[in-house]
Ligand binder design. Structure first.
Ligand code: GLV
Ligand code: MN
Ligand code: MN
Length: 470
């Protein structure tokens, strides 16, 4: 079984807070969360006709972002809120509190996705959703995810308190488990909402303590044959918008403050297990070893090599990473008998991604053959790149031009909940710059000016889309 430390790096001895792995405890917390919604208050919204001249409240936005960012805070300002951990639940609890204060109608679905709704003037109109996630990687930053959730909340609060007319209802959404850091399975909540999860997809989703994602879902009443029960009827949706930090260096490098996303790169993720033989490191001659770690080292180097060969724009901008490894027995005086690698290959082109993934799997077989080891390849997730909606992109672009904001039209290398929502409704993403491109790291930072600007753009887009036939 993988030790949680090995999810960070086998080379560093980083202390990682234990995740809550007890599904029963999680389920009871979820019930508490649901009960909270019973205390909600719903305010009436008066209609006015102007959508211009209203500004989001940046001070309130940053206050709430910082409050979420303090939940799960650790060394050097790092934030750890793994999916289904108590810290992550606390952040969702705070969000519910903020939604109640804003007078939103709250709905929590079976997995814990939270929807906060402001009714529009047309009760039959489908809803415009905006949001992201509050779970984080291990030792991440405070903006990956929360900017999209709290940004959407701030946009809706501003619309509500200024009584700006909206025809379609607006919903802030916080999806559960966007990050793959715990189970290797990303965009869990939005995938369920999109009806994209089948029982076989969960087969190899296991955390560092051996907890199976399928068992966590079952403990929440989501049996393997009920996975589609959380799917939302696309007829109830008008569109989905997600504000997110870029998590890369492009916007900062070219001096632009807004990125408008064309396509989201998709991952192939798999687990490779080399099986050799654990032996005494002092007595086993070099020619008689079955060292599973040397095989792993060769494969790690190959992942880098083949990904580099396909990293140009023309070859699909492939990126390949071995992000975690476990070694057994993992002691100084034994030849490693078993290694387990977690591999993540991504591209905005399905063929390029698949080609590299195939080559990595073939190379694993060939290394094992040459070294007389056993090898197993277990698929965690296979996805295709997702194009976002062109009309929504034109809309956000037009607003940027009207407001003279320098924008860049760009793909996303990172995965997002928008990639699942795009399968059931028109979806768009707005990026804001990440300082030095750093993300999934405590140093992740975006200026309050840029967070405010992105939120303002999100709000203006929401007002326009909510009032149009789309
Ligand atoms: C999400 O942050 C991802 O891994 O792309
Ligand atoms: Mn992330
Ligand atoms: Mn994210």
């Amino acid at each position: 079984m993988l030790g949680l430390e090995s999810y960070v790096s086998t080379a560093q001895s980083v202390k990682v807070p234990a995740a809550n792995t007890d599904p029963v405890r999680y389920a009871s917390k979820l019930v508490e969360l649901k009960n909270l919604t019973l205390m909600r208050t719903v305010r009436k919204v008066k209609i006015v006709y102007s959508t211009t001249g209203f500004s989001i409240n940046r001070r309130r936005l940053m206050r709430d972002l910082n409050a979420i960012g303090r939940i799960g805070i650790g060394d050097r300002g790092s934030v750890t809120r793994l999916v289904f951990s108590i810290k992550e639940l606390r952040s969702r609890q705070l969000l519910i509190h903020l939604m109640r204060q804003a007078g939103l109608k709250i709905h929590i679905d079976g997995i814990g996705n939270i929807f906060g709704r402001l009714d529009g003037s047309d009760p039959k109109a489908p809803a415009l959703l905006a949001g992201s996630h509050l779970d984080t990687v291990i030792h991440g930053g405070k903006y990956d995810g929360p900017v999209g959730v709290i940004g959407a909340l701030e946009a809706i609060r501003t619309i509500s308190e200024n009584k700006i007319s909206i025809r379609s209802p607006l919903e802030v959404v916080c999806f559960v488990g966007e990050e793959s850091s715990r189970f290797g399975f990303s965009t869990l909540g939005s995938s369920l909402v999109a009806g994209e999860v089948r029982a076989k997809d969960l087969a190899n989703a296991v955390d560092a303590q051996g907890t199976k994602l399928a068992d966590v879902l079952s403990s929440l009443g989501i049996a393997p044959n009920k996975l589609r029960g959380l799917a939302r009827d696309p007829k109830t949706l008008k569109a989905y918008l997600e504000l997110h930090i870029e998590q890369g260096p492009i916007l900062e490098a070219i001096g632009k403050r807004i990125g408008l996303v064309t396509t989201i790169a998709a991952p192939s993720r798999f687990r490779i297990i080399f099986k050799g033989q654990a032996d005494h490191s002092g007595t086993t001659p070099m020619g008689m070893r079955k060292d599973a770690l040397v095989a792993a080292a060769q494969l790690i180097e190959y992942v880098e090599k083949v990904s580099r060969q396909h990293s140009s724009m023309a070859k699909g901008r492939v990126v390949g990473t071995v992000g975690a490894m476990n070694i057994e027995p993992g002691v100084i005086n034994a030849v490693p008998g078993k290694t387990e690698l977690l591999v993540d290959i991504r591209s905005t082109t399905a063929q390029s991604k698949d080609r590299v993934a195939r080559r990595v799997k073939r190379e694993a077989q060939s290394i094992a053959r040459r070294r007389a080891l056993g090898v197993e390849v277990l698929t965690i997730r296979e996805e295709d790149p997702v194009p976002l909606d062109r009309r929504l992109l034109r809309r956000t672009k037009a607003i940027c031009e009207q407001k003279q904001i320098a924008y860049e039209i760009m793909p996303s290398g990172a995965g997002h909940d928008a990639m699942q929502m795009a399968k059931i409704t028109p979806a768009a993403m707005i990026f804001i710059p990440s300082r030095r491109g750093i993300s999934h790291n405590p140093q992740e930072w975006t200026s309050p000016d840029d967070i405010g600007l992105g939120t303002q753009l999100l709000m203006e887009t929401m007002i326009q889309v909510a009032n149009e036939n789309f």
